[in-house]
Design a protein around this ligand. Structure first.
Ligand code: TRP
Length: 450
């Protein structure tokens, strides 16, 4: 261990690295966003493109972030600075993006907590049509205090884990929550497969119809891959800074990517057969989970149990992701501003709580305050996912592909030549040319150039 890393936390065994990183990746992006994006973009063909994006773009960039993190053992800003002073802007971009994502992610996470509570108390069970669910959902997200209350609860839950530290908090929670999440998801998927008419949903998800593919489909798939894998803002840099010297970065990245994709697929398997069996449009958008699923569950025996289980799943997935975003900001404040970890965590918590409350209010009473015609919630979503993440990913490729000393990259990927790495050349090509060019296309598309 070098001088810099002295006194810094490290994760336990091999499994910890995978579970902690997967805890960050697997989130609302997989279970809430993935199904509705697939639904809006025509199903199977989108899925095929998405999987290619994950393999060709997600995997190399995750490895690049792991390399930067473990080579420097520092927070996102310190990591880039330690490797090349001029590149610390990339770390700042990451910390800012993490903070802004937290601003709206906490709000959606709060909704999942509220729906969990309503499922448990049986409040959702008396509604009968999808329309009624839509009205209830709409009223809820516009309320000036209820979503804020739940957002606050979620922020505090995240804070509690962060305050326990890297090993006791982050590592322990991931080890407990990730297997629980997988178990619950598998049970729900089996249940969904056994429903009458599930074949139609599966055909929609798995049978590619390439006539539905447009250039923007590819770009949407790319954006989804990015968001889902938690790459582009230094989350993986931060987590890799806690990895042990003998953690195999390639295996970790591969396993995290596979797990993340498996969870997205399972979420699709849970949701599409259900959607088709009650005749709801798969393209109904972000409300898919909050409006259509409770109404689907309601037609089933033990509806309370199923909907509680499902929203518990969403809460768990969201929590392990908010933890990772919070940690990026907290450890930055701790190491760069020299605040105690406790203070750093509280500063992050209070600041995100304020931003989250404003984002939540912007869907209701503050709806009139707009930034370029959008309310704060939508602006945060747009700015982070469509601008800051692609920018971060692009520059990460340029930095690791072109600027970083080759020996550092090699040493990290092979653990100082203890492991063999046969496809080093391929990775280098992907990082230097393929990924940056594709990301540039995403970026230009999001700016409306095409
Ligand atoms: N990947 C998480 C999800 O799918 C969200 C997330 C956590 C994230 N950390 C991130 C997204 C970093 C982008 C960058 O819900």
């Amino acid at each position: 261990m070098n001088r810099i890393s002295q006194g810094r936390a490290t994760l336990g065994g091999k499994l910890s690295a995978v579970l902690v990183a997967a805890g960050s990746s697997v989130g609302l992006g997989n279970i809430w966003r993935f199904p509705y994006v697939v639904g809006e973009n025509g199903g199977g063909a989108f899925l095929a493109i998405y999987v290619c994006c994950v393999a060709l773009l997600g995997l190399p960039i995750m490895l690049a972030e792991f390399t930067v993190g473990r080579a420097s053992h520092r927070n996102a800003v310190g990591a880039f600075r330690a490797l090349d002073r001029r590149w610390s802007f990339l770390g700042y971009n990451g910390v800012l993006t993490a903070f802004l994502i937290l601003g709206f992610y906490f709000v959606v996470a709060g909704w999942t907590a509220e729906y969990l509570v309503h499922s448990l108390t049986g409040d959702l069970a008396h509604l009968s049509s999808a329309d009624e669910y839509a009205t209830v959902f709409d009223e809820f997200i516009r309320s000036p205090w209820r979503p804020i209350l739940y957002t606050g609860l979620f922020v505090l839950a995240t804070h509690a884990v962060i305050a326990m530290g890297v090993q006791q908090g982050i590592e322990r929670s991931a080890k407990l929550l990730m297997p629980l999440l997988l178990g619950v998801l598998v049970v729900l998927a089996i249940h969904s497969l056994l429903m009458p008419g599930s074949g139609e949903g599966l055909r929609f998800l798995f049978r590619p119809d390439f006539s539905k593919v447009t250039p923007s489909t590819i770009l949407v798939a790319l954006g989804q891959a990015f968001f889902s894998l938690s790459i582009g803002l230094g989350t993986m840099v931060t987590y890799a800074s806690y990895f042990k010297p003998d953690t195999n970065l390639r295996h970790t990245a591969l396993h995290v990517t596979l797990l993340d994709t498996a969870v997205a697929l399972l979420a699709g398997i849970v949701i599409f057969p259900a959607v088709f069996s009650v005749g709801i449009e798969p393209s109904s958008g972000p409300s898919l989970v909050f409006i259509t699923l409770p109404s689907i569950f309601n037609g089933m025996p033990w509806s309370m149990v199923w909907s509680s289980v499902f929203f518990l799943l969403l809460v768990i997935a969201a929590l392990t992701s908010t933890i990772s975003l919070h940690e990026v900001v907290t450890v930055y404040l701790h190491e760069e501003w020299h605040l105690s970890r406790r203070r750093a965590a509280w500063t992050t918590t209070l600041a995100t709580l304020l931003l989250g409350a404003l984002a939540s209010l912007s869907l209701g009473v503050l709806g009139g305050c707009t930034i370029f015609g959008e309310n704060l919630f939508d602006s945060l979503d747009f700015l982070t996912a469509n601008i800051l993440l692609p920018v971060g990913g692009f520059f990460t490729c340029i930095f690791v592909g072109w600027k970083l000393d080759r020996r550092i990259l090699r040493a990290q990927l092979t653990n100082d030549e203890a492991l063999r790495f046969r496809i080093y050349g391929v990775l280098s090509l992907l990082l230097r040319y393929f990924c940056p060019i594709l990301l540039l296309l995403v970026f230009l598309d999001n700016l409306g150039v095409f």
